[in-house]
Design a protein around this ligand. Structure first.
Ligand SMILES: Nc1ncnc2c1ncn2[C@@H]1O[C@H](COP(=O)(O)OP(=O)(O)OP(=O)(O)O)[C@@H](O)[C@H]1O
Length: 723
């Protein structure tokens, strides 16, 4: 291609590209300037901390009352930090310079004195990495482990890696992690970073979490479903573990030799709500962030956020000193398309300019696929990291000095069955103020930074403070089943916020259909077996059914592939015909050795990493089968029906029948769905289909589609009526 850089509209349009006067409004540092509606009562400790009780100054006043702490940039002051001055200090010195380090002793004292502490602090103050180490070093957690929960896998693994380095130990020894399908911990482990889902799962085998002395619930303000369930359980566990048995003769709990401490950590908002939930927990505020971040808002709203992000990236690249750029985008599709566009323009830059290294980052990448993001930037290069909100909290991406925030994210939302849905879908929406603050914070982790918001300051002010708790907008079936296993009921559990009736009802219906619950809403033996698998109920039910149909080997293969974090089929718009040919005509089985696997995958448009991940998942599922006495080697050979029928038991709600107009109508529910164009069955007019997911774009598409016989669907219906 011979498009010269100068001819590109991007570079001709200097005016809109000009920074900062014509495009950007200087907002100072929003996190400090923001008129926060918070009224957290906080007394001021001499060391720069604010604490409850209620006679202290408000957080707003307290924030104003401290100046000159690390990273405090005066409001409205011109930003003049020399980026060259942010070179790395030795590790222990870095630790001691974190804002939280100034109050270490006072903080430890508070943890000693209080069962429950709510710790608030600005992003980058050092909460997540330092607090567990303080607890370990002070001996507070002498009798058990310290769990630090995170809503996201990537945060749990990267934090454990960092803290292991700070402690100068091998990852998996005294500092480890545990996330779904991946664990690095041992009997030596004292600090365990884990996803909130993993600790909720541990409740099934250890309802009192007796291994742990301290549970730190991090990023609590995100209110993920699992975090909410954990918080509800912690309240009960606290009563049981910390109440002496002989209190007035009626204490139901036991005087535990290993009492529990809970620390709820949050970026800022909602502290009082957590405090109230734990009846008078101590609220402590950690003041300050390590480095200043200069925030700019665009002077006008942007119609095309991807285009605006690209312009801003090149503006930074051409006008600013070295430093990596992190762009927040809503989803994988935006990331992939912007990656291509930026790369095309970057290739046209003059030779003497810094080169651009593109680094995509999203949740469904296979483990290790985003390792490029965390590796040091090569000389004379600027990394351009394109990320979803998985990079928003808790993580430090080395080298990032610039953040471009599109102000958009994808949010999981349950579409009610009575409105034609009955499934979770991802919708693009505006972010919250809380997210905006977190995103800006990613620019100030190693030194001073800049954040460019592709929305106006007014738009920022009208954003919701924080997002609606996940429990109020997502499918609950998997959690409901896990809770049933430990004798709990979502309907009666004391939660911070109650889920919607509709989503509760749908989850109960699904579990009843799967045979996991009986008519009295009690868990059945099938339900117990299902809960043993770290899978969505629809998939664990298929595995259990495969025992009857003699095809566990095949069903495990399929479920492992469907559970991998990215799709095994690679899409390529440039080679659409070749992809289609590979899918329709070639037999995708190969007894190949690992060495030539890469080449085979490439030729068949398969994602090698996803296949390797599926392999690991299958190994874990085999172990669960073994524990449950299911022979994972039973195979049905070339027969298809046993496999489809096993899947049919799990995906009993995901069946649809062909309509005269070529669309499909769900057998349960009212949604009219179409077969996704990427499916090999797209134009086949199959009378009845089974699918593994619905995606909602301009219409509802079924993906992962197979044909199934109508007679089998009838049998399933009969079975359902009998149960
Ligand atoms: N993986 C890492 N590599 C380099 N520096 C890191 C890493 N993790 C943390 N740090 C440093 O430690 C600082 C504190 O991080 P920490 O995660 O403890 O902050 P925090 O207060 O919990 O904020 P947040 O909620 O945003 O994560 C960061 O600002 C950064 O300077």
């Amino acid at each position: 291609m011979s498009v010269a850089v100068k001819k590109s509209p991007l570079f001709n349009n200097r005016k809109s590209f000009k920074h900062p006067k014509s495009t950007w409004m200087d907002a100072g540092d929003d996190d400090r300037k923001r008129k926060t509606p918070l009224k957290v009562n906080a007394g001021l400790l001499s060391n720069g901390y604010h604490k409850s009780p209620s006679d202290g100054p408000s957080l707003k006043r307290a924030r104003k009352s401290i100046n000159g702490h690390a990273g405090s940039e005066g409001e409205g002051r011109r930003f003049s930090v020399s980026l060259a001055s942010t070179k790395q200090l030795p590790l222990q010195e870095q630790r001691s310079k974190l804002p939280i380090a100034k109050g270490k002793d006072a903080l430890i004292q508070e943890f000693r004195e209080n069962e429950v502490t709510v710790l608030l602090g600005e992003t980058g103050s050092g909460k997540t990495t330092q607090v567990p180490q303080y607890l370990l070093e002070s001996g507070i957690a002498r009798d058990g482990m310290i769990a630090v929960t995170q809503p996201r896998k990537v945060a749990a693994t990267s934090l454990a890696t960092r803290v292991a380095v700070e402690q100068n130990v091998t990852l998996g020894s005294s500092v480890g992690y545990s996330v779904r399908f991946d664990e690095r911990s041992s009997s030596e482990t004292r600090i365990k970073y884990m996803t909130d889902g993993m600790i909720v799962r541990e409740l099934m085998s250890d309802p009192l979490l007796s291994k742990y002395s301290v549970v730190i619930v991090d990023e609590a303000h995100e209110r993920s479903l699992r975090t909410d369930l954990l918080i509800a359980n912690l309240k009960t566990i606290l009563r049981q573990r910390n109440t002496p048995q002989d209190v007035k003769g009626k204490g139901k709990g036991r005087a535990d030799t290993n009492p529990l401490k809970i620390i709820v950590m949050s970026a800022t908002l909602d502290a009082e709500k957590f405090g109230r939930f734990f009846s008078g927990a101590k609220i402590i505020y950690v003041q300050g962030r390590q480095h200043p971040v200069k925030i700019y808002h665009s002077s006008q709203g942007q119609v095309d956020y991807a285009d605006a992000a690209m312009r801003t990236f090149f503006q930074i690249h051409t006008e600013y000193p070295p430093g990596d750029v992190l762009i927040f985008l809503p989803g994988q599709e935006d990331i992939e398309s912007l990656e291509k566009t930026i790369q095309i323009y970057a290739n046209q830059l003059p030779q003497d300019r810094m080169s651009v290294l593109m680094c995509p980052m999203y949740a469904s990448q296979a483990p290790g696929q985003n390792s490029k993001v965390f590796r040091p930037t090569p000389p004379n290069t600027r990394k351009c990291i394109l990320a979803t909100n998985i990079a928003e909290t808790s993580i430090t991406i080395p080298g990032v000095k610039f953040v471009i925030d599109t102000g958009k994210c994808k949010e999981k939302r349950y579409l009610a069955r009575n409105t034609g849905g009955g499934f979770d879908t991802l919708l693009t929406r505006d972010i919250t103020q809380s997210s905006a603050m977190q995103r800006a914070g990613r620019a100030g982790r190693e030194g001073a930074g800049y954040c460019f918001r592709l929305y106006t300051e007014d738009a920022f002010k009208t954003m919701a403070l924080s997002s609606e708790p996940e429990i109020m907008r997502c499918s609950l079936s998997s959690s409901l089943l896990q809770l049933k296993c430990i004798g709990q009921d979502l309907e009666t559990l004391e939660l911070m916020d109650q889920p919607a009736d509709e989503s509760m009802k749908s989850s109960l219906i699904l579990l009843f259909f799967l045979g996991a619950l009986n008519q009295k809403k009690e868990i059945t033996s099938i339900g117990r077996q299902m809960a043993a698998f770290p899978l969505e109920p629809i998939f664990s039910r298929a595995i259990i059914a495969s025992k009857e149909y003699g095809c566990t080997h095949e069903v495990l293969d399929i479920v492992s592939i469907l559970s991998a974090s990215s799709k095994i089929f690679v899409e390529s718009s440039e080679q659409r015909d070749a992809v289609s040919e590979a899918r329709h005509t070639r037999k995708l089985t190969s007894p190949r050795a690992r060495a030539d696997c890469k080449d085979w995958c490439r030729r068949h448009f398969l994602n090698e990493r996803a296949l390797l991940e599926a392999n690991d998942i299958r190994e874990q599922l085999r172990q669960t089968c073994q524990r449950l006495g299911i022979d994972h080697q039973t195979s049905c050979g070339d027969k298809e029906d046993p496999v489809i029928h096993s899947l049919g038991h799990g995906l009993a709600m995901n069946l649809a029948l062909l309509q005269p107009d070529g669309s499909y109508k769900q057998t349960i529910g009212q949604a009219i769905v179409k077969i996704h164009p990427s499916s090999t069955l797209c134009d086949k007019k199959t009378p009845a289909i089974i699918y593994d997911e619905l995606v909602y774009t301009n219409q509802i598409y079924a993906r992962g589609v197979s044909r199934i016989s109508k007679s089998f669907i009838m049998t399933l219906g009969m079975l359902k009526q009998e149960s």
